[in-house]
Every structure is written in C-alpha cells, then in structure tokens.
Design a binder for this molecule. Structure first.
Ligand SMILES: [Zn+2]
Length: 122
C-alpha cells in the first residue's frame, strides 16, 4: 500500500511535523470531556512513531495531563492549537485540521463514545 507524505503545522507555525500514512479518507471525533471541548477531527488511527517526524522544536509544545495522566494532550505554547497527542510507544493521533493536504470537514467522520469510557482517556 502506497503511503502519502502529509505535512502539518499548528496555527502560528512553531510546531511542524510530517507523517506517512495511506490516504486518509476518514476522521475521528470523540465526546470525552476534553475532546468535546477541543472539537478537533483526529486521525482514525495512531500514526506509528517510525512514520512520524517532528520538524520544528518540540519545546514549543506544552503538555496537559488529566485524570489517569496517561495521555499527554499537547498544545502549542504560542497559539494554543492541539496538533497531536501520543508518544513513541503508542504512536501519534493527529489533529487533521493541522494537515495541509486534508480538509477534515470533507471526511467521513466516526464518533468515538469516549464519554462512556470509565476513565475517558480516548
Ligand atoms: Zn502555534
């Protein structure tokens, strides 16, 4: 399966990254307590770390942990945009609104029932 190289950035451009994935035609939204507030359309799958490349200085990100403190919710320190979350072990779930080649509102959206998860860590 051919993979596409996607490029992405936060709003101010201090956080930039790229990743390889087969063509993205679907997005994910979640109704857990943090996602419902962010409102982002995310990648359906986690992008494996070997396919994920940070381009700009990751010190421009800050991380917000809550509840079980497992998922690191990342935000640009300057513009406040959430570009992705995850880590090297689990891979990265990407905010598709940050991706240059994608219009997230044109994708088929799956809604994940994060609100019903006992620790709501989706
Ligand atoms: Zn920014």
């Amino acid at each position: 399966m051919t993979k596409i190289e996607y490029t992405a950035r936060c709003h101010c451009g201090k956080v930039q990254f790229s990743f390889r994935s087969k063509e993205i035609t679907k997005g994910l939204r979640c109704d857990c307590s943090i996602c419902i507030r962010k409102g982002a359309v995310m990648s359906l799958k986690y992008i494996p770390a070997e396919d994920f490349t940070p381009i700009k200085n990751m010190n421009d990100l800050t991380d917000y942990r809550w509840n079980d403190r497992v998922v690191n919710h990342l935000f640009c320190k300057t513009c406040g945009i959430y570009p992705y979350h995850g880590d090297e072990e689990y891979g990265y779930r990407v905010n598709l609104g940050c991706v240059d080649q994608i219009n997230p509102l044109s994708l088929e959206i799956t809604v994940y029932d994060g609100k019903s998860m006992p620790i709501s860590k989706a």
